[in-house]
Ligand binder design. Structure first.
Ligand SMILES: [Zn+2]
Length: 445
């Protein structure tokens, strides 16, 4: 219905994506109220809102935290939530060209942010423009909400909510994968701290290079000093990193350290200090599905099985700190998992438990109007017959209720988000814009 209009806008879309890539919009917080996320994020937002105004939309800048682009009339509002901030990139990381140069080659636009999420934002904007220019009537307002802190703490969206901006009644986020993601597991990060020592050994250091909890650690080491001989011993463990949503794809270096300590040093343990680690090990906490810890109950549903990633280990002031990131199936409450961790205090009165991240799951049923509509439109436009998917990761769709992630990465295409030589294929850009136009029209009519 809108394909022709979008095709005529192809050059403008490509140019807009290239312009946006050139802003090095890495969200930086320097306590400057005029620039909550730095100069480059401000420029990227100003550029996009200016362009949208020229294209005939209403726009609003929410004090530099985020902005929106709107059209249509009506009580209800369809929301599309994307972001203009990007993760850092340096040419030294192995890029073939400068990551902020926006090079076109082989019908692809290369550059940081091309697929995550500047390209999909542009595809959404031109989808809205196609509906606007078609003269077809819609009965709801359509609002494209642009965050500037998605890659960090979502302070952009928190601000949107804090100042009482209107919540969409339905919508999607063009910041992940097609066909459509109807379920995203809950997320929980927990840090356990407990006194720890090894008999006859002084622990000088335990190091995992400050690994983030949502990454499978690829390195960790322990440095010990023999209390009698004074001999120093440094043990290093290496593995393979992976995203914590898929710990099975990695090889966890911390798990290797813990296994080593259990096999080689458990016999020298000081009751209740070393045994803390040993007990966690015996309870299966270092197993990626931790079945024993969760009472042999299989925590699994259509969104997948519970996974746990031990992502941090450190030692300071005789205290051992271990951090886990768990991905919890949508039908299990995070409270239930937290309660299970709290039971550790019965075994170890001195354990300190700190839940550092809690994100409720996203679940919009497969047979809901939203998921059915989006999936059907994707299938029609691409001549496929795919089902909506469930994932362990979290997308920007969690920002609002009744929203799901919808593109723009195509199924079976390598996910280039956060990668070296990130690109968006120009055909994908145009096709996703056509899909978005149909979807927005359907949700808003
Ligand atoms: Zn993103």
């Amino acid at each position: 219905m809108f394909d022709k209009i979008i095709e005529t806008a192809k050059n403008d879309m490509v140019q807009t994506v290239c312009d946006l890539i050139q802003f090095q919009s890495i969200s930086t917080e320097k306590n400057n109220p005029a620039l909550p996320f730095g100069e480059e994020c401000k420029k990227a937002l100003d550029y996009t809102l200016d362009l949208a105004e020229k294209l005939g939309f209403r726009t609003k800048n929410l004090d530099g935290y985020c902005g929106y682009i709107e059209f249509g009339e009506g009580e209800e509002m369809v929301g599309i939530v994307g972001h203009l901030d990007v993760v850092p990139a340096k040419q030294e990381d192995g890029w073939s060209s400068s990551p902020f140069d926006a090079v076109i080659h082989d019908n692809k636009i290369y550059g940081r942010g091309s697929i995550d999420d500047k390209g999909p934002v542009v595809a959404s904007l031109y989808a809205m423009k196609a509906i606007l220019n078609s003269g077809k009537k819609i009965n709801k307002r359509v609002r494209l909400i642009l965050g500037l802190n998605e890659e960090k703490d979502w302070k952009c969206i928190n601000y949107y909510k804090k100042i009482g901006e209107e919540m969409p009644t339905i919508g999607f986020s063009p910041d992940a994968d097609f066909p459509c993601i109807y379920a995203e597991k809950g997320m929980l990060s927990v840090r356990l701290t407990h006194p720890f020592s090894i008999e006859n050994q002084e622990i000088l250091n335990i190091n995992c290079n400050q690994n983030a909890l949502n990454v499978v650690p690829k390195f960790c080491s322990i440095t010990l000093k023999d209390k009698i001989s004074g001999d120093l011993q440094k043990l290093e463990f290496t593995g393979t990193s992976a995203h914590a949503a898929h710990p099975d794809l990695g090889d966890n270096a911390i798990t290797k350290l813990v296994e080593y300590l259990n096999i080689n040093l458990a016999k020298n343990c000081i009751e209740n200090e070393f045994t803390f680690l040993k007990k966690l090990y015996d309870l299966d906490l270092f197993n990626i599905h931790s079945p024993k810890f969760f009472s042999d109950e299989k925590i699994e549903d259509e969104s997948g099985i519970l996974t746990s990633n031990v992502g941090f280990i450190g030692y300071e002031n005789n205290l051992l700190e271990i951090g886990f990131n768990l991905r919890v199936p949508v039908t299990t409450s995070l409270e239930k998992i937290k309660t299970k961790f709290q039971t550790l205090t019965q075994i170890f009165p001195n354990v300190h438990i700190n839940f550092t991240l809690e994100k409720a799951p996203l679940y919009v049923p497969k047979d809901s109007y939203l998921v059915q509509t989006l999936t059907n439109i994707f299938n029609q436009k691409t001549h496929q017959n795919l089902d909506p998917i469930a994932i362990g990761g979290g997308t920007f769709a969690r920002a609002f209720p009744n929203m799901v992630a919808f593109g723009a990465n195509m199924p079976n295409q390598k996910d280039m988000c956060h990668q070296v030589d990130e690109f968006i294929d120009i055909d994908t850009l145009i096709l996703s814009s056509k899909i978005y136009a149909e979807a927005i029209f359907e949700l808003a009519k």
